[in-house]
Design a protein around this ligand. Structure first.
Ligand SMILES: NC(=O)c1ccc[n+]([C@@H]2O[C@H](COP(=O)([O-])OP(=O)(O)OC[C@H]3O[C@@H](n4cnc5c(N)ncnc54)[C@H](O)[C@@H]3O)[C@@H](O)[C@H]2O)c1
Length: 374
């Protein structure tokens, strides 16, 4: 093929590619980049990070030596990417996501959606006003067994689900880095793995309106040099009882560190049957929380008067593909002009519960959950 034709083919190829930027080039940005690099229809057009030199080193690490790097996100947005992954620490998700959407760019934002409810509202309003895709990065949703749990719960086989217990916890699993700094993470264990637990439970039953929450949070392990040697200014344990408008009750517990193997399995109690999702690996320091992988699943019911326990066969683990699946869902939504795969209309309830938990544990009594008007 003559060189001119080759160039023309390459140009056409590029034209069909989605132009993607990465905002915040720390730890998790690597997983985003790896997933994008595996997609034939993506061109990474650049990256930004407020730490000088960090975006450059990140792009170089992936062989993208020609892709421009910025300290100012607006300069990346000025290149008009189709979409960006917002991979900054929790307290700056809203700033970056809102600015991107207002620049006409679709956003895949890392979990949790935000720290405060007000930040989530800013993001939701920007999405509503711009019509851009805003999806929140809960990759466990793409796990085959997570989908199966949702399918079982939504099939109606459990009858009326009136109580859900969820969370689990790690025995020694304080992550460190920006996760334990209040100014950067905003919230600790609750925002890190707690938001997964909330999403997996509430996505399974179908997101619905929370009304009150009574919560407790502590930091005994993070603040004790016997267990954690760095500065620590967030929570390492949270539990809460959340009531929903339709009567559902959620018993939530999540821990980064404790003298226990797990805070328990995830349980769905229904009027016709119950479902137990075991914590995946409670014998491992980091394994007792349902934050991605899944343990064995059992259903409990009566069959002609006999109490029966059934082990539901798990589907082959596809954990390594979940991250790629969340990135793919974002890209497909952009390409097809589709709905957000994990929209704020659901996750705003997750954030309203987190907000209620923070207020209740500070006030030491039950509080109303605030559902904002968007
Ligand atoms: N989905 C997952 O499996 C998963 C796993 C780990 C972390 N996360 C989430 O990803 C986010 C980042 O976590 P991390 O471990 O990569 O943190 P990190 O601290 O390693 O990286 C964050 C980066 O964002 C940059 N940054 C912060 N504010 C910015 C701004 N306004 N503009 C540009 N850059 C900015 C920081 O300089 C830093 O380099 C967190 O919200 C975390 O909850 C998700």
């Amino acid at each position: 093929m003559p060189v001119e034709d080759k160039v023309a083919v390459q140009a056409a190829d590029k034209k069909d590619k989605l132009r993607i930027g990465i905002v915040g080039t720390g730890g998790i940005a690597h997983a985003h980049m790896k997933a994008y690099k595996d997609m034939d229809d993506v061109e990474i057009i650049g990256g930004s990070d407020l730490v000088p030199g960090k975006a450059r080193a990140f792009l170089d690490e992936f062989g993208l030596t020609d892709a421009p790097d910025f300290e100012d996100n607006n300069k990346l947005f000025a290149l008009k990417p189709d979409g960006v992954s917002v991979c900054t620490y929790n307290t700056t998700h809203h700033v970056c996501a809102v600015a991107a959407m207002r620049s006409g760019i679709h956003v895949l934002c890392e979990k949790p959606m935000s720290v405060t409810l007000d930040q989530a509202v800013q993001m939701a309003r920007a999405q509503k006003e711009t019509g851009k895709i805003l999806t929140i990065g809960f990759q466990p949703r793409y796990d085959a067994n997570m989908k199966m749990v949702k399918e079982i719960v939504q099939s109606g086989v459990l009858g009326n689900v009136y109580y859900v217990q969820t969370g689990g916890g790690r025995r020694r699993g304080i992550p460190g880095g920006t996760f334990v700094n209040k100014e950067l993470a905003g919230v600790g264990c609750l925002a890190d793995i707690g938001c997964y637990g909330l999403d997996m439970a509430l996505n399974s039953v179908g997101y619905r309106k929370p009304v009150t929450v009574s919560a407790y949070a502590s930091d005994f392990f993070g603040k004790n040099p016997k267990y954690f040697k760095d500065d620590f200014s967030v929570d390492d344990f949270t539990c809460a009882l959340v009531r929903f408008e339709d009567g559902l009750v959620l018993d939530f517990r999540m821990s980064w560190a404790m003298h226990m193997d797990t805070m328990g399995d995830t349980l769905f109690l229904g009027t016709e049957a119950g479902l137990k999702v075991k914590s995946p690996n409670p014998h491992l320091n980091w394994g007792g929380a349902w934050d991605g992988t899944i343990g064995d699943v059992y259903m409990y019911t009566d069959v002609v008067g006999n109490q029966v326990e059934t082990k539901i066969p798990l589907k082959p683990a596809e954990k390594s593909n979940n991250f790629a699946a969340k990135v793919r869902a974002f890209l497909d939504a952009i390409k097809e002009g589709g709905e957000s795969p994990i929209p704020w209309q659901e996750i705003i309830y997750n954030q309203a519960i987190i907000d209620g938990i923070i207020r209740s544990s500070a006030a030491k009594h039950e509080v109303d959950v605030v559902i904002p008007e968007i």
